[in-house]
Design a protein around this ligand. Structure first.
Ligand SMILES: [Zn+2]
Length: 161
């Protein structure tokens, strides 16, 4: 079987910086889904995130999105990239990066400011509930906000050529 290179492997990761990018738009009958690349570190140039903090970002991010009154009915998925440089967010609709800047900003403010028990971090609710790091998740959320989201420009919203 000859393997086709999938779309996300054709992005030039050597030039990619933290940002919000449309990874792909898929049509299934009448339904359109947009997959966002929420890139948090510069690939191959900055340290990746550790799994514990990425796991905490997943729990808090998913909780935020599914409780967000404006978007909750359009949320399909939120979770980490295997390379640990960012997260994927899948929403219903044909959307642009600009459409979700306020949502993503609010989500990472929620993570940055979160205090208390991490939702779902219990043996009954999660497959590896002890693998969490709230302190680092908050630090990484603040870094993404301060360095990328608060003053986001066009070149951090569209994939580099
Ligand atoms: Zn979990």
């Amino acid at each position: 079987m000859e393997l086709q290179k999938i779309a996300s492997f054709t992005v030039n990761h050597l030039k990619l910086e933290p940002g919000i990018y449309v990874s792909r738009v898929d049509h299934f009958g009448d339904v359109t889904l947009t997959t966002f690349d929420l890139r948090m570190t510069a690939p191959n140039r900055e340290p990746v995130m550790n799994t514990a903090e990425l796991h905490t970002i997943e729990h808090l991010g998913a909780t935020f999105l599914r409780n967000n009154k404006m978007w909750q009915d359009r949320v399909v998925y939120f979770g980490p990239m295997g390379c640990r440089t960012g997260n994927y967010m899948i929403l219903e609709g044909d959307l642009t990066s600009k459409d979700v800047v306020p949502l993503v900003t609010e989500m990472f403010e929620f993570i940055r400011d979160f205090e208390g028990e991490i939702p779902g971090a219990a043996a009954k609710d999660c497959g590896n509930y002890l693998d969490q790091n709230l302190g680092m998740a908050k630090w990484l959320a603040k870094r993404y906000l301060d360095h990328t989201l608060y003053n986001i420009t066009e070149d951090h919203l569209v994939y580099p050529q």
